[in-house]
Ligand binder design. Structure first.
Ligand SMILES: [Zn+2]
Length: 122
């Protein structure tokens, strides 16, 4: 399919796909006439890129992840994995805090052990 259709299916603008191509993240095939040609495999790769971006990864990190033979790939993946797991813990603590806040009856956060625990957990 052409770039317009691929972009539509992904929910991004066409310039985004051209940018990812320029950066060597996902490079589509070309038709004999020179048009970009996105097949299902390429589309699947683009969806992975979009997900990784939403998870806070840079294009350079994503490029490494997408290229199995790239130097330093495992280190980049492990580093980002650590970051994501840290963020997960932060989000879990926040969800727990918000649960608590719904029922907290202390007028000052500093007087509440539950609120204080969250304030000191950062
Ligand atoms: Zn509280």
């Amino acid at each position: 399919m052409r770039i317009g259709e691929a972009a539509r299916q992904l929910g991004v603008e066409t310039h985004v796909l051209r940018h990812w191509e320029d950066r060597g993240v996902v490079v589509p095939a070309r038709t004999p006439q020179g048009y970009r040609d996105y097949d299902e495999e390429t589309l699947a790769r683009l969806r992975v890129v979009r997900q990784c971006q939403q998870a806070g990864m840079s294009l350079e990190q994503i490029r490494l992840v997408m290229h199995r033979a790239a130097d330093g790939r495992d280190a980049v993946i492990r580093e980002h994995q650590t970051r994501v797991r840290d963020q997960l813990r932060t989000l879990e603590r926040t969800a727990t805090f918000l649960d608590h806040v719904l029922t907290c009856r202390h007028s000052l956060m500093s007087r509440c052990p539950g609120c204080s625990a969250y304030a000191g957990s950062g």
